[in-house]
Design a protein around this ligand. Structure first.
Ligand code: V07
Length: 243
C-alpha cells in the first residue's frame, strides 16, 4: 500500500467551506446549541492555520447565511458575539501568520458590536499579504447575483456598457468575490449534500467534497484528508487537466 500524503505541488489555491453541524454536535452531547458554535469558532482558527500553512491562497467560510436569522433569538445573539470573541482570541495569531481577513455578504445589517469586531479584523490585517480568510456573513448567493445583475443593468442604462459585452468576466467582476479566485474545492461538513445558496456562480467548476464529520469535530488532519481526496480526483484526469 502507498501511504496517502498531500502533494504540496497540487494544493488548491482557493477553498470554500460550509461549516455545518454545530447544533447537532451539541445535541449529541446534551449541550446547548451555542456550545457547538463556540467549539465551531475554535475549529475556524485551527483550519485557518492549517490552510495557511499548506499554502492555500483563499479560504472562504460560510459563517452566517441570510436564512440563519430564522433561528431562535438567543442563538442568533450568541452567534453575533463570535466575531468579537474570535477577534480577541485569534487575531494576533492571524497577523503573525500574515492572514488577511475579508468578508462577503451584507454586514450593514449586523449588530453594531459585531460589525465593529469585523471591521477591526479587516483593518488590523489589511497589510497582510498571505492567505485571504474570507468570511461569508449575512450572505446569500442569489441576492449577490441579483445585485450584480442590477449593477450591470445600470451600467448599460447609463451607456457605459453594451449588452453584447456582458460576459462571464464582467459578471464575475460585479460579484462580491471580485478579485478572489473561484474555489477549486468546496467542502461541506456534517454529511449534508446541498449548496444552500452559497457561491452558486463561483462553484461552477469546483470539486465538491462532502464529509460526514460535524464541523466542531473536523480537525487539521481531517482537512488534510479532504485535500488528499481532492488531489485523488484531480489525478484521475491524468495529464489532461492540470490543477
Ligand atoms: C461564526 C463559528 C464557526 C461555525 C459556524 C457558525 C458560527 C468566526 C467568525 C468570524 C467572523 C468574522 C470575523 C471574525 C470571526 C464567525 C459568525 C459565526 C457570524 F471578522 N466564527 N464565526 N462569525 N461561527
Amino acid at each position: 500500500m502507498f501511504e496517502e500524503t498531500i502533494d504540496m505541488n497540487r494544493i488548491p489555491d482557493s477553498v470554500a467551506i460550509i461549516m455545518d453541524g454545530n447544533g447537532r454536535w451539541a445535541k449529541k452531547r446534551y449541550l446547548p446549541r451555542i456550545a457547538g458554535h463556540k467549539r465551531g469558532m475554535n475549529v475556524v482558527e485551527e483550519i485557518t492555520t492549517e490552510a495557511s500553512d499548506l499554502g492555500i491562497k483563499v479560504l472562504t467560510l460560510y459563517a452566517f447565511s441570510t436564512e440563519n436569522w430564522k433561528r431562535p433569538a438567543g442563538e442568533v445573539n450568541y452567534i453575533m458575539s463570535l466575531p468579537s470573541t474570535f477577534f480577541d482570541k485569534f487575531i494576533p495569531k492571524l497577523i503573525k501568520n500574515n492572514v488577511k481577513v475579508q468578508t462577503i455578504g451584507d454586514v450593514s445589517q449586523l449588530p453594531d458590536k459585531t460589525r465593529e469586531a469585523v471591521s477591526n479584523a479587516i483593518e488590523e490585517t489589511k497589510a497582510c499579504t498571505g492567505m485571504v480568510l474570507n468570511f461569508a456573513l449575512n450572505y446569500g448567493s442569489r441576492l449577490e447575483i441579483l445585485n450584480a445583475t442590477k449593477k450591470i443593468a445600470t451600467e448599460v442604462k447609463n451607456g457605459n456598457l453594451n449588452v453584447d459585452d456582458i460576459n462571464d468576466v464582467v459578471f464575475s467582476n460585479n460579484l462580491e468575490t471580485s478579485g478572489l479566485k473561484d474555489p477549486d474545492l468546496l467542502i461541506r461538513t456534517s454529511g449534508e449534500e446541498r449548496i444552500s445558496n452559497f457561491l452558486l456562480w463561483q462553484i461552477a467548476y469546483s470539486e465538491l467534497v462532502f464529509v460526514d464529520k460535524l464541523w466542531p469535530e473536523y480537525h487539521a488532519k481531517d482537512f488534510r484528508q479532504t485535500i488528499i481526496e481532492f488531489q485523488k480526483r484531480k489525478r484521475r484526469f491524468g495529464g489532461l487537466i492540470n490543477k
